[in-house]
Design a protein around this ligand. Sequence first.
Ligand code: ATP
Length: 267
Amino acid sequence: ARELELEFKINTDVAFKDVGGMEQVKEDIRMKIIHPLKNPDLFKAYGKKAGGGVLMYGPPGCGKTLLSRATAGEIKANFFSIGLHQVLDMYIGESEHKLHKIFELARKYAPSVLFFDEIDALAADRRDLKGSAGRTLINQFLAELDGAEANNEGVLVLGATNAPWHLDSAFLRPGRFDRLIFVPPPDQVAREEIVKIHSKDKPVVSLDETALAKKTDGFSGADITAVFDHATESKLEEAMKQGKIVPITGKDLVKAAKKVKPSTRKW
Ligand code: ATP
C-alpha cells in the first residue's frame, strides 16, 4: 500500500486561482463536486445526491490534470493521479488487482479525488484491450466506480481523455462518468491569466500580458509553460555567470514564444 501511495498520491497545494481561464469548467466542478460535498444536507433535501464522476475531454496540455489537482486542493481532499498505462502495463489479472488497490487507497484517505488520465486507453475498441482480458479490466473499473463492493462516499472520480468518442458507453451511465465537460484550449483572456500565474514566482519585468497572450494564440497551457521555461533557463545561465538576478523581460518571453509550436491548432 505504501508503494501505491508513493506512486500515485500527490500534494494538493494548488487551488482554482492557480488555474487560468476555464470559468465554465470550474463552475461545473463546483456544482457537481464541491458544493455537494460542502452542503450535503441541502443537496439531499433537493433530491440531489453527491457522487458520480466527471469526465473531461479536450486537447492535451490544457489543464485537465492541473484542474483536478486544484479541485482536491479546494476541498482539502487527498489527490491521487493515475495514468491508465500505469495500470494497463501489467500481467493479466494484475491490472485488476492494482486498480482495486488504488480505489481502496482512495477510500481509506477519503475525502479524496481520484484522477484517471488517458481514460481512452480503456476504450473497448483498442487493439491492446481486445479479448477477455481487456473486458475484465473494464468491468472491474465499472464495479469500482459503482462502489459495488465498498462505499465510495467521499471518493470523487475525475477522468480525462483526448478522445471521449472511443470510450465504452457503459462508462457514461448515471453514477459513473455521468458528466462530460469540454476543456477548451485557452482563449485570449485565459492565456493572459496563465501568463500572469506563471510570472508570479519569477523575476519578470516590463511584460505586457495582453501582448504576450496575443502572440500565443493556439498555445495550450503547457505550451505557455514551455515558453516560460525557455526564457527562464537562458536567464538563469546569465544570472549564474553574473552572480546576480537577471530579470526576464517581456521581450525575452516573446522571443521564447517563437520557439514553441502552438499545439492546439488542429483542435
Ligand atoms: P494531458 O491531456 O496531456 O494530460 P492536461 O490537459 O492534463 O494534459 P496539464 O497536465 O494539466 O494538462 O497541464 C500541463 C501543464 O501546463 C500544467 O502543469 C501547467 O503548468 C500548465 N497549464 C495548463 N493549463 C493551464 C492553466 N489553465 N493554467 C495554468 N497552467 C496551465
